[in-house]
Design a protein around this ligand. Structure first.
Ligand code: DHK
Length: 151
């Protein structure tokens, strides 16, 4: 039976490739999703790739993951640094959780240096853009197969 992975994206992720700052590269969110879907297919993972600008919707999806998903990959975007509800929902999830960020949050403003999501995450990938998203899928595939141990 293939493993199911929820890949949840937070506020403004839908604007990747469209904002002029260049922080998140030039690839569109739809193209990033397509690359993740292709990689998930190659790994034999069933992928649910979702995006919302709303905290409560993300909490609902994490709660849904408790029933339907084997692993969660999450880029909570700006909610990373403020959302205790998202942290609490993640703490109730039993399985690998990868926190992913397109940008290297440690090179950026200090308000991006404290992540609530990290308190629940198995591992964190940041600064590698869409490559990091595909790496997160590889990580959960290996964690679910027991090839890599959680530390
Ligand atoms: C995305 C955002 O939207 C920001 O609010 C975060 C994260 C960083 C990213 O790098 O993917 O600070």
């Amino acid at each position: 039976m293939p493993y199911t992975v929820f890949f949840l994206n937070g506020p403004n992720a839908n604007l990747y490739g469209l904002d002029t700052s260049g922080t998140y590269g030039t690839e569109s969110f739809a193209s990033i999703e397509a690359g993740c879907q292709k990689h998930a297919d190659a790994l034999g993972l069933t992928l649910a790739f979702r995006q919302s600008n709303h905290e409560g919707v993300l909490v609902d999806w994490i709660q849904e993951a408790r029933l339907r998903a084997d692993a969660v990959i999450i880029n909570a975007a700006g909610l990373t640094y403020s959302s205790i509800p998202i942290l609490d929902a993640l703490l109730a999830f039993d399985g690998p959780i990868i926190e992913a960020h397109m940008s290297n949050i440690w090179k950026r403003e200090s308000f991006r240096h404290h992540s609530y999501v990290s308190k629940a995450a198995t591992g964190v990938i940041a600064g590698l853009g869409a490559l990091g998203y595909r790496m997160a899928l590889t990580a959960v595939a290996e964690l679910l197969e027991g090839k890599a141990k959680r530390v």
